[in-house]
Design a protein around this ligand. Sequence first.
Ligand SMILES: Cc1cc2nc3c(=O)[nH]c(=O)nc-3n(C[C@H](O)[C@H](O)[C@H](O)COP(=O)(O)OP(=O)(O)OC[C@H]3O[C@@H](n4cnc5c(N)ncnc54)[C@H](O)[C@@H]3O)c2cc1C
Length: 532
Amino acid sequence: MSARLDAGYREAALRTLASTEFDVLVVGGGVVGVGAALDAASRGLSVALVEARDWASGTSSRSSKLVHGGLRYLEQLEFSLVREALRERGLLLKRLAPHLVKPVPFLYPLTHKGWERPYVGAGLMLYDTIGGATSVPMHKHLSRTKALAMSPGLRPDALTGAVRYYDGQVDDARFTMMVARTAAQHGATVVNRAEVTELLRDGVDVVGAVVRDALSGEEIRVRARRVIGATGVWTEANPGFRVQMSKGVHLVVARERIELDTGLIMRTEKSVLFVIPWGQHWIIGTTDTPYSDAPDRPSVTDEDVEYLLQHVNKVLRDPLTVDDIVGTYAGLRPLLAGKNSETAKLSREHAVASPAPGYFVVAGGKYTTYRVMAADVVNAAVRGLGGVAPSLTARLPIHGAVGYRELWDDRIAFASRNGLSVSTVERLLGRYGSAVSELVELIRQDPALAQPVTGAEGYLAVEIVHAVTHEGALDLDDVLSRRTRIAFEYPSRGLACLEHVADLVGARLGWDVSTRHDAIEAYRAGGVMLTA
Ligand SMILES: Cc1cc2nc3c(=O)[nH]c(=O)nc-3n(C[C@H](O)[C@H](O)[C@H](O)COP(=O)(O)OP(=O)(O)OC[C@H]3O[C@@H](n4cnc5c(N)ncnc54)[C@H](O)[C@@H]3O)c2cc1C
């Protein structure tokens, strides 16, 4: 089946929603919901997946973008959580998504002589081995001189030595969208801008949901034998668990502002702070503060910025100021509520509950463990349906993985065959894998699409068009915030490229002059358009 999520696909999918009784309806298009849809569809079940806004528009586009076990969870003695996450890291890096998940090095600066090196070294030895076969290079001890040579941007008095270790990294929003595409490829009917407004019941049993198409305002009664809620921080309290929100903020600065060869992890009084390499930028984060406002648009406050700058500047030779910040973003962790009032200490475990017959909810966990969460909730949901295969997703490559390694090995010839530079092909392979062929076909049809985006020259015009023709983007925010990351990689949320991007998107979505104008104004105002 096609993994091409264009406007035609969406129209047909809405009709299918109205006319089918599904085995499973999944509510929520974050990484856990798309994972559940893929899990269920690949077991041969008929599946619908609806997302109220855009794929990954909730927490799944706002994380630290690490596929990791979490060193600090090791210190909190959460061995089973760390082991499970590291196993998933290995699977993603090696088998499921080698095109999207990459190893990334971090420097752990030591600040105490004596006890700290053996303590950190033992922890990292465990971290490197606990998840089974190593999928990234082993950690390495570094003298102070060696560490400073690798990181001239650090203050010489900020460390007594260091240890370098590796973790995994992913573009969280793109990965989630790619899993949604993979689910569609396996036969799931996937629709964004489609919000569940009410569950359908037959007595006490949940038998489907009312879905509102945000583009037309139309309501569709979707019937399903099982409904799975994967709505992250939007999950309502139920007898099984309650979700507590914790806000985390990241700053983005230009790569040249910090002279480092690796990422950086530092202890803070409450948690840890990362400086993470991100293309031509660094991502610095994060904070961890309880949050109780509406979850739709968490904002970055002056205090958040001050906290992050203050902590990172403790180790930088050339301190950052607010003028160095290119972009920011805030996300909300869906933590399982516990007795501890400090959100940094709440467990990152996940839970599955069944608040009513036919209805199953999953929440908590981490991005890294989405596949396990998805399998767990589908296992719970299909119990009683009879004859359903066990989860297959540990062996199921994400769209673009098959053929990726061969294309990577052939990238120089591929670049010259298609009139692209090798560095462009390398960048595209790291975002699309073998699905780069979809972009090449678009360029073949319109060679002008091989040109950079005016005002966001790190991207090609074809990436904007492909976001609409293959990746389900429906407005400028989808394209600038999640299919590309222009919204935080370029100053003023990428306003400089708005005209060009609106031309490219509008031409594919059939915008007239006034719709184009409204789309630009909606993005300028920080909002999302096209809702009825
Ligand atoms: C600051 C921060 C940093 C993090 N860093 C990492 C990290 O580095 N590594 C890691 O492994 N994890 C990390 N996490 C955790 C990870 O990001 C989350 O656990 C994960 O993204 C949650 O995914 P989800 O699918 O449960 O929720 P979400 O991504 O929020 O998805 C829920 C979706 O449900 C939709 N929805 C809600 N109500 C409805 C409805 N009625 N109808 C239809 N759709 C609906 C929403 O629009 C939303 O898209 C981080 C989290 C934060 C906040």
